[in-house]
Design a protein around this ligand. Structure first.
Ligand SMILES: [Zn+2]
Ligand SMILES: [Zn+2]
Length: 503
């Protein structure tokens, strides 16, 4: 309800008098009331009960949260990424990055690169004075930058050369500034396979660079190229949206790269023919001329069309198996398989707030880009200082616990969570895993995640925007956000839970 939890509008005895109790579900209430609020309630608070009762549907209750435009949206990986990294402007080019069937981790990397926000060496050099050791891991010729790493470097050039040949992806620019002009002018890649090739190449080059830098493992361009190619695959459904020649829908590769166009024409097809048209006219046998040209085709059964399903882009998950695109799967690939972790329930509980939990999750794994982690990329930097206390560099432990700013925020949050005084992540996690949450568990867990999120947000605000809040102001905003959250989900969550949550 917009007015808040029912418990805050009418006294509990009025609630029980109508036959409800503390564990009543919204469903019980809607069914019992038959579209009309109990008269005794409307008399007590006409305004709060002026809205009609919600209509029930078969769908599950959904948590909505403030999207980038300030509207309530259902949680998605993209929204989470945007809220973690910064605002996501609604510009033309986002459709070339976040298109239907995109692969989240690839798009995320491309999106960050389009903003020029990957921590390349030229950017690290601008943050710290010592730059002696910075050198491109592929060619050792110069510092790496977005332009060098993805296009100018001899390694990347090799990857692109193969990719452009395989996917007939010629003519696409090879400088970020020009790419952005292209994307803004609506001249971005039209084909799904080209869009995937772009994001896949950027992602794999970036991943290979980090692998060489941090793990000292090297792969030649051909291996990288094969990984990219394997990722761009299509599963044929009705065959209508897949181009028979350009898209890769057969394990042997793109037909356009295997069979000369004259043979395609001879079989009665054009460059625009879809998989649907080809399969329906082939009568379960490949044309003899094609098999002579590509002997592997003989082994390959002509796929069956399934008119009930759309063609799908398939992609490799962490187990290296092909799965169709699902947000849940994407989420797992992006954040790892976390269901076995003992702290799973602290982070991902029913009614969790995605951006808070996502931040907490990164903090638990020590994956937030804190300054101690940046030091590993750029040693001997002496300009890094915790933006909250300005006394030492920030690390995960300093930022969230040792720092006196955070300590005073925790001082206030601890009361709400019902937590003793603990120092450091190891200790606090160990205790939270065995913590008896008691009543109000959801609100307490929200509070824990929110405290981590707000401290991280404050740290970034000070670093990048120069805006400051004192611990009390921060805590007030934090508390208000939890209160608002409890109000907004009050109508869909267990009435008893919400009444306990707000008392
Ligand atoms: Zn290089
Ligand atoms: Zn500090």
């Amino acid at each position: 309800m917009e007015a808040g939890p029912i418990s805050s509008i009418i006294p509990y005895r009025r609630f029980t008098r109508e036959g409800f109790h503390v564990n009543s579900l919204v469903r019980d209430l809607v069914v019992a009331c038959e579209d009309i609020w109990p008269e005794a309630w409307t008399m007590l608070n006409p305004i709060a009960f002026s809205h009609p009762l919600p209509t029930l549907t078969d769908a599950d209750d959904v948590i909505c949260w403030k999207g980038m435009q300030g509207d309530e949206v259902v949680f998605s990986v993209r929204e989470a990424c945007c809220s973690m990294v910064g605002t996501c402007p609604s510009v033309t080019w986002t459709k070339y990055v976040w298109f239907k069937g995109h692969i989240p981790k690839l798009s995320f990397c491309l999106w960050t690169a389009c903003h020029g926000k990957l921590p390349t060496q030229d950017r690290i050099a601008s943050w710290c004075s010592n730059q002696a050791d910075l050198c491109c891991v592929f060619c050792n010729n110069c510092m790496d930058s977005h332009d060098h790493l993805f296009f100018d470097c001899i390694y990347s050039k090799d990857v692109w050369r193969r990719l452009k040949k395989e996917y007939d992806f010629y003519g696409f620019p090879e400088r970020w500034s020009v790419i952005m002009v292209y994307l803004n002018d609506n001249r971005g890649p039209k084909k799904k396979s080209h869009r995937l090739a772009l994001s896949s190449a950027v992602y794999h080059i970036w991943k290979e660079r980090n692998r060489r830098l941090f793990q000292r493992i090297t792969q030649p361009p051909i291996v990288l190229y094969n990984q990219i190619r394997d990722q761009i695959d299509l599963q044929v459904g009705d065959g209508i949206s897949t181009n028979a020649w350009e898209d890769k829908w057969l394990s042997v590769g793109n037909l356009s790269s295997l069979i000369p166009y004259r043979l395609i024409r001879a079989a009665g097809f054009t460059k625009e023919s879809t998989v649907s048209e080809v399969i329906s006219s082939l009568d379960s046998n490949w044309p003899q001329a094609w098999v002579i040209r590509v002997p592997d085709l003989a082994e390959l059964i002509v796929p069956q069309l399934n008119i009930l399903e759309k063609d799908q882009v398939m992609w490799l998950d962490n187990n290296q198996t092909l799965t169709s695109f699902k947000v849940g799967e994407a989420w797992k690939t992006l954040v790892g398989d976390m269901e076995d972790a003992p702290w799973y329930g602290i982070c991902w509980f029913k009614q969790y707030i995605p951006k808070y939990s996502f931040c907490l999750w990164l903090a638990i794994l020590n994956r937030l880009p804190t300054q101690d982690r940046m030091l590993r990329w750029a040693p001997q930097s002496d300009q890094l200082l915790c933006s909250l206390c300005e006394r030492s560099i920030d690390s995960r432990d300093h930022l969230f616990f040792d720092c006196h700013y955070s300590s005073s925020v925790w001082e206030k949050s601890r009361n709400e969570i019902g937590l003793d005084h603990y120092q450091g992540w190891e200790e606090i996690l160990h205790n939270l895993i065995h913590h008896r949450w008691g009543s109000n568990a959801v609100r307490k867990k929200m509070f824990f995640a929110a405290t981590v999120y707000f401290i991280w947000q404050e740290r970034n605000r000070r670093l990048f925007d120069g805006r400051k809040r004192n611990p009390q102001q921060l805590f007030n905003e934090l508390k208000a956000s939890i209160h608002m959250k409890c109000l907004s989900i009050g109508s869909t969550m267990d009435v008893g839970e919400s009444s306990r949550s707000t008392t």
